[in-house]
Design a protein around this ligand. Sequence first.
Ligand code: PXL
Length: 280
Amino acid sequence: MRVLAINDISCVGKCSLTVALPIISACGVTCDILPTAILSTHTGGFQGYTFRDLSDDIPAILAHWKSLGLKYDIIISGYLGSISQIDMVKSVKKNFLKEGGLFIVDPVMGDNGVLYSHFDQKFVEEMKSLCKIADIIVPNLTEACFLTNTDYASLTEDGYDALLQKLKILCPQPSVTGCDILRGGKKYSAVFYADLNGSVKQYATEKVEGTFHGSGDVYASALVGALARHVPMDEAVRISADFTKNSIAQTKADKTEARYGLNSESQMLPFLLALDKVAQ
Ligand code: PXL
């Protein structure tokens, strides 16, 4: 099993490849990387970060890989610095995904109802076209709203089902994180997702109050690791959401600044044990 993670390297702030590589590898799966950019920190919550676009290096990297005959069972794409990088990912899918392989898109664009720096509506439109060729997409609630022209501010629990139906027009298996719900007066954060039969399902974990940077990256990486181990979707969502929630709870308990990312390291072993129970 060979996975390719296309994402940036944010040197500090635990997101993108510094999250994908350890988590997917720990699942017992080879994880190769294609870095899209290198930043001193991620762009959410830090000022004065450096940003080197690696687009110019990518054609030679891909040419070398082609000469090695590399092909991937799963390709996951994350943070892309420009529209031309979206085109590059489409071509990587075409040339490097095995027949019958899984193409998973994390349409990294924003959080809390707003787009991250560097992104605009034109980028959103192009991201929709990438989602259209994906087998699975893993947006957070904000990204799901941008992908479906849904108003984030007025969206309530009652609207999640319709949101999933709209996302299914783009991609057969959307999995939306960070959907707040109330059950018996208690707050939960749920993943709303569609299975291959088309039914919308949800998996909820107790809400930990606060905004935690890198949560989507932890969830997406765990999901890829689980799917790479042939875990069925329902179980893969459950153990990935539990791992993410436990990592958030750990970060809160440690009182680490949210912009430094999730402290998922100490939650890795329970995640791997849960994975091992259901992996094939
Ligand atoms: O975690 C998403 C992400 C990834 N990469 C970079 C980012 C962000 C979110 O801010 O800035 C560079």
